[in-house]
Design a protein around this ligand. Structure first.
Ligand code: UD1
Length: 418
């Protein structure tokens, strides 16, 4: 297993060219299952994307990569079963469910894997697909779904704006019979990107800013060329790398509008930030300020995916910052790792209290999940001395060559082992 060796304490300075968003690429690839031949550009090279390509091929849609482009070509046939190995590899495998039922009239899958962030039910996905005419039997973690008459439109209200459920419904409804009204939908930028892809394929979709989406099913979705939006979480991570090391980082190919809540917190901490078109620039300060209370919320609120990463920054800031994790009930698994570096953090339920400002020192560390792993790496970059970080396969799920970007910024980080 490969791991990182980090010698921390160096100021990070330079430019990072952002890759495309993982969380936009995956649902777009799921949608490609039911669309004509397409070219999807700005697809990041990540293990989760490779899993999605494997799933697509199982479903009878050939998918090959040419640099940052993925070219999908429909073939005849394909299986309506996703193997357990692929279902277990990532959470997003469940977003193929609506597409499979739409394509085959049936689907057989097991419960999805992915980061362990507490309980991650899929009841909202299943209830919506049932409303659209799917019969779904659950048996010991196996799902058998069928819709012999095809899927039809429905009036669906989500009790929580689940990103994955919104994506599943959008894809399933795009080629269903009749109109679907989806109320209480997620409004993350990745949802907007999926809608843009489906509309490019001839989908008839209109979305209100209040989270109501109207999808009029079409009989056939043709192919399109589409460019995936930049990864706002990777962007936020590299800006935090600048902040935590009192450095200076400029993102290229960024979409600042998607980064506003993260930029606001970094500005509150005393960093200087500037936006110039597709470039976002940050300069740190030797005396970062505490952040008060940071609460995660659905977009446009502060993203749960940035919680661990901003917590690493708060750990080196002066004073006390309180985090409230409102999206997932088990998203503090990185905290014991941050404590090994000397961070003073206590947890009670959904609340974590960070007493910042203490010196951090290198330690043997472990990535507990994708974003928690990124937080641990950033804290190790700020800590004096050597850290060894295990479990970096989590990071490879969401960051393209993270160590190369951090090394190009002047960080002392190498990947060793196999
Ligand atoms: C997606 C993102 C993930 C991000 C999360 C929230 C991808 C691949 N992953 O995950 O990085 O952290 O959005 O922004 O895009 N819930 C239910 N029932 C359901 C579905 C969800 O109760 O059927 C709950 C979850 O347990 C969680 C909350 O809703 O508490 C949010 O989950 P959701 O928005 O669905 O996240 P994901 O789509 O899994």
């Amino acid at each position: 297993m490969s791991h990182y060796i980090i010698n921390g304490g160096r100021r990070l300075e330079g430019t990072v060219r952002l890759h495309g968003a993982k969380n936009a690429t995956l649902p777009i690839l799921a949608a490609a299952t039911i669309c004509g031949d397409s070219v999807i550009a700005n697809c990041p090279c990540l293990t989760d994307v490779e899993v999605a390509l494997d799933i697509l091929r199982h479903l009878g849609c050939d998918a090959r990569r040419e640099e940052d482009r993925i070219i999908t070509t429909q073939t005849v046939g394909g299986s309506c079963v996703i193997p357990d190995r692929l279902m277990g590899a990532m959470r997003s495998s469940i977003v193929f469910l609506g597409a499979m039922i739409s394509r085959f009239g049936c689907a057989q899958v097991t419960l999805p894997g992915g980061c362990e962030l507490g309980s991650r039910p899929i009841d909202l996905h299943l209830s919506a697909l049932r409303q659209m005419g799917a019969e779904i039997h659950e048996d010991c973690g196996a799902l058998r779904c069928s819709a012999p008459q095809g899927l039809h439109g429905a009036d669906i209200t989500l009790s929580f704006p689940s990103v994955g459920a919104t994506e599943n419904i959008l894809i399933a409804a795009a080629a269903a019979k009749g109109e679907t009204i989806l109320r209480g939908a997620a409004r993350e930028p990745e949802i907007g990107d999926l809608i843009a892809f489906l509309k490019g394929c001839g989908g008839d979709i209109s979305a209100d800013i209040d989270g109501t989406i109207c999808i009029r099913g079409v009989s056939q979705l043709h192919g399109t060329s589409h460019r995936v939006i930049p990864d706002r979480i990777a962007g936020g991570t590299y800006l935090c790398a600048g902040a935590i090391t009192n450095g200076e980082v400029e993102l290229e190919e960024a979409e600042a509008a998607h980064l506003l809540s993260t930029l606001a917190w970094l500005h509150n901490a005393g960093c200087r930030v500037n936006v110039n078109g597709r470039k976002v620039w940050l300069r740190g300060t030797p005396r970062l300020r505490e952040l008060g209370m940071v609460k995660t919320a659905p977009y446009p609120g502060f993203p749960t995916d940035m919680q661990a990463i901003l917590m690493a920054v708060a750990a080196v800031a002066q004073g006390t910052t309180v985090f409230v994790e409102n999206i997932f009930d088990g998203r503090y698994r990185h905290i014991p790792e941050l404590r090994k570096l000397g961070c003073d953090i206590s947890v009670q339920g959904r609340v974590a209290v960070v007493n910042g400002g203490g010196p951090l020192h290198g330690a043997p560390l472990r990535c507990t999940d994708l974003r928690g792993g990124a937080a641990v790496v950033l804290a190790a970059m700020a800590a004096e001395g050597e850290s060894q970080v295990e479990g970096i396969y989590h990071i490879d799920r969401g960051y393209e060559c993270m160590e190369q970007h951090l090394a190009a910024l002047g960080g002392d980080i190498i990947r060793t082992g196999r």
